[in-house]
Design a protein around this ligand. Structure first.
Ligand code: PEP
Ligand code: MN
Length: 339
């Protein structure tokens, strides 16, 4: 349930409510909005008398949260969240569209630095690149591991871009977090609840990719695990779902963008690279994502896609990326945003 405080309530009024919530055996989550403070009470509310809280000073009303997710829901927080990527000027959410771009995997120093400079030049705010890769085939390139993380740091030092990279397991969280600015949880791990809790304990923003067969509720409940563990900085990412279609690698479910916007305050970006599997479709689906209301895109860009070690078929060149950014700028202004 949500305890809605009266406008103008003091910090001690809020703390009093927090204390009552804890006495009832529930967990509290205080959200200070632009004109209201609300306190979410989370936990098993069977047998709890909400009247006890309703009579506390400066409490306006107590309302149930209808969605299964609580702290991720728009019922708890009306204003959209803006998540800082941890480097100056880089954020996702709000009116400015944020673009994260780079290769599927970090392959070598020249490749990642070339990609980083090119995407920075074209206006990206984040550099993607996997050092630990979740590969379907155990014989395929698995990523450079820590050496790849070190190259990403070099690229950040050279360009100022925020580094976005995947963490695949609980035991990698501290290592990856010591190099990265944003931790990516991959589609295959969206319901790895221990990993969600572990990144939730980490003071770095999380890019949470939607599982390839996950429903909207499951997606938002996964975000809820991270926020509940103490980390409010979650960026959702639609990356396509499995369907019976075969002309695409995945079906990019753009309808989830307005659905997330209605259900949650969390920002959402779209990954048209994994969402289609084909480089020629990527610019069009980037444009569509921004037109649909996404807060940004994450795109695979490779200086030499023909020789990419992973996901070359869906990687666009640096030149195509620069052209796409110009188009995105026009789409952004058409929908009242900037790039
Ligand atoms: C990736 O971003 O390279 C990746 C493996 O993505 P996903 O988890 O969406 O498949
Ligand atoms: Mn990839």
């Amino acid at each position: 349930m949500i305890v809605v405080m009266e406008p103008g309530c003091s910090d001690s009024d809020v703390q009093h409510v927090v204390k009552l919530i804890r006495q009832l055996g529930l967990r509290d989550h205080v959200i200070v909005g632009t004109d209201r403070t609300v306190v979410a009470a989370i936990g098993d509310k069977r047998g709890i008398d909400k009247g006890a809280i309703e009579t506390a000073p400066m409490v306006e009303r107590v309302v149930p949260i209808l969605a299964p997710y609580k702290v991720a829901s728009r019922e708890v927080k009306k204003e959209p969240s803006v998540v800082s990527l941890g480097v100056p000027g880089a954020a996702i959410g709000g009116t400015r569209i944020g673009v994260i771009a780079g290769p599927c995997s970090v392959e070598n120093e020249e490749q990642i630095l070339t990609a980083a400079h090119a995407v920075r030049e074209a206006g990206a705010i984040g550099l993607r690149g996997g050092a630990f890769k979740p590969r379907t085939n155990p014989y395929a390139f698995q990523g450079l591991g820590e050496a790849g993380l070190k190259l990403l740091v070099k690229a950040r030092e050279a360009t100022g871009l925020a580094v976005v990279t995947e963490v695949m397991s609980v035991d990698q969280v501290d290592l990856v977090a010591s190099y990265a600015d944003v931790l990516q949880v991959g589609a295959r791990n969206m319901q790895n609840f221990n990993l969600l809790r572990a990144v939730g304990h980490c003071p770095k923003p999380v890019l949470l990719k939607r599982g390839m067969a996950a429903s909207l509720d499951e997606f938002l409940l996964a975000a809820e695990y991270i926020i509940n563990a103490g980390n409010p900085d979650v960026i959702l990412c639609e990356r396509g779902i499995r369907t019976s279609e075969s002309y695409v690698r995945n079906t990019l479910a753009l309808g989830v963008v307005p659905a997330v916007k209605r259900a949650s305050h969390l920002p959402i970006v779209v990954d048209p690279s994994h969402g289609t599997g084909h480089a020629y479709m990527v610019p069009a689906m980037c444009r569509a994502a921004i037109a649909a209301g996404a807060d940004g895109v994450i795109v695979e860009v490779h200086p030499d896609p023909e020789h990419a070690l992973t996901d070359g078929a869906q990687s666009i060149t640096c030149q195509t990326f620069a052209r796409t950014m110009k188009e995105l700028s026009a789409v952004a202004s058409a929908v009242g945003r900037t790039l």
